[in-house]
Design a protein. Structure first.
Length: 452
């Protein structure tokens, strides 16, 4: 997939003029730091999983200069393999940030890049933040051009990673352009990430690795052949000679507004697919309001939007990964165990007889419609053994833009994710220093702490 020259000119201009730390709005800095805290926390949770051990072992075998931390492992490797491992672990449990409107996960691909370079080069925190904001904005806006095309997510993630790396490496316009083209050339035409499972996390880690590799090679002088690029990106009008050929032709201009503010970044409170979160909240509200238990439920009807139903394609989960994308399982688990946690999406949890039995009494239908910013409304109607019929409808989910996590809730999530990986003093230090990132002169120490 070779993009239009105009697209990269937009990115380069924004990197030069619109994304210095001094130019960033305070609210963008604040939410970006919360995204970083969230990504670091869920990366630590991912490090405790079998797949975290596998990717760490692979990175160790590949060797490298050993100057970049692998989250939660107490080990260092080369910057590109650290980006691969950390990107995979941050997204592994589907607990990371998400711009729900476009389905992009910018923190999972951009933090591994700026973390590796910041630690390796001892870069000031304000510069790391600026590059992080740039990368997240590029990922979110490019993916917003064509959210129904999963291949665009790979393109957006890799280009965003390259943009962030190029800014931190201070490539300048010429070499940054080459980095973006090299990153584009690394993407397999028509490739799309899997719906669920470690392969999806690998795709994000691979995007981080490819974008960082492209920027580091451009820094050394490697050039891409931009002259062979097709003017087509995703929109047919790019094939017209008189077309603008810029990002502005298909999306909001970069930074106007910043995507982390509008449409906004969600910091998930449940480790599963975002379109299921409103249904979870509806179930938990029924439990809280009426003190019902799963054994009392004769039947339950769950209504969601057609888009939510399409995003949750598994009618019955075959494993813990598919369970994160199976609405009947997610709702049954919430009614049975309450607030869904990481342990509710394991092989043993999926085999839980009580949950399986309740799943058989739950029907899921596309009876809801989105309205404006209400993307995934969900309703649940339950019939109980005592004859009562109870209903609840949720329009927004906790942790999403309309009902954001408080700082205390995010701290609690970080503690939950890191409690078996970091000692207590390192947990507190990580949160405090990441929230003060712009005032840290050398980020080597703060990112090293995340190694455990």
């Amino acid at each position: 997939m070779i993009p239009s020259p105009g697209l990269f000119k937009d990115i380069i201009q924004f990197a030069e003029d619109g994304c210095s730390f001094e130019a960033l709005p305070p609210e963008v800095i604040a939410i970006s730091k919360e995204v970083i805290v969230n990504a670091a926390g869920v990366g630590l949770a991912g490090a405790a999983q079998e797949e975290g051990h596998l990717i760490t072992g692979f990175a160790q075998e590949m060797g490298g200069n050993g100057r970049c931390t692998i989250i939660g492992k107490g080990l260092r490797t080369s910057p590109v393999y650290a980006a691969l491992a950390n990107g995979l672990m941050i997204h592994l449990l589907d607990f990371d940030d998400e711009v729900v409107a476009s389905g992009s996960h910018p923190g999972s691909v951009v933090l591994p890049v700026v973390m590796a370079l910041g630690e390796m080069e001892g870069i000031p925190g304000s510069d790391v933040l600026s590059a992080f904001v740039l990368g997240c904005e590029v990922v979110s806006r490019l993916n917003g051009n064509r959210p129904e095309n999963a291949g665009s997510s790979i393109f957006a993630s890799t280009i965003g990673a390259a943009a962030a790396a190029g800014k931190l490496l201070d490539l300048g316009p010429g070499r940054l352009e080459q980095a973006l083209y090299l990153a584009a050339h690394s993407i397999i035409q028509g490739a799309a990430p899997p719906t669920a499972g470690p392969g999806r996390a690998y795709w994000l880690g691979q995007s981080a690795m490819a974008g960082l590799t492209a920027a580091m090679l451009a820094q050394r002088g490697l050039r891409a052949s931009a002259s062979q690029g097709s003017p087509e990106l995703w929109d047919p009008k790019f094939s017209q000679p008189e077309s603008d050929n810029s990002l502005h032709a298909t999306s909001d201009p970069l930074g106007k507004p910043f995507a982390v503010l509008d449409p906004g970044a969600a910091l998930k409170i449940y480790p599963c697919a975002s379109p299921a979160h409103t249904a979870i909240d509806a179930a938990l509200q029924l439990i809280q309001q009426f003190r019902i238990s799963s054994d009392e439920i004769v039947s339950a009807k769950v209504g969601v939007t057609p888009a939510a139903l399409a995003a949750l394609p598994f009618p019955t989960p075959g494993n813990g990964w598919e369970a994160r994308y199976c609405l009947s399982y997610i709702v049954a688990s919430a009614f049975t165990h309450g607030h869904p946690l990481i342990d509710n999406f394991t092989e043993n949890a999926v085999a839980d007889i009580r949950v399986r039995d309740l799943m058989d009494r739950i029907s899921v239908e596309a009876t809801e419609s989105p309205l404006g910013t209400i993307l995934y409304p969900a309703s649940i109607t339950v019939d109980l053994q005592d004859g009562r019929r109870l209903q609840h409808r949720a329009e927004f989910a906790r942790g999403h833009v309309e009902l954001p996590l408080s700082a205390e809730e995010l701290d609690a999530k970080f503690l939950y994710c890191s409690r078996y990986i970091l000692p207590p003093d390192h947990i507190e230090e990580s949160i405090v220093r990441l929230r003060d990132l712009e005032n840290i002169e050398n980020t080597t120490g703060i990112f090293s702490v995340l190694g455990g």
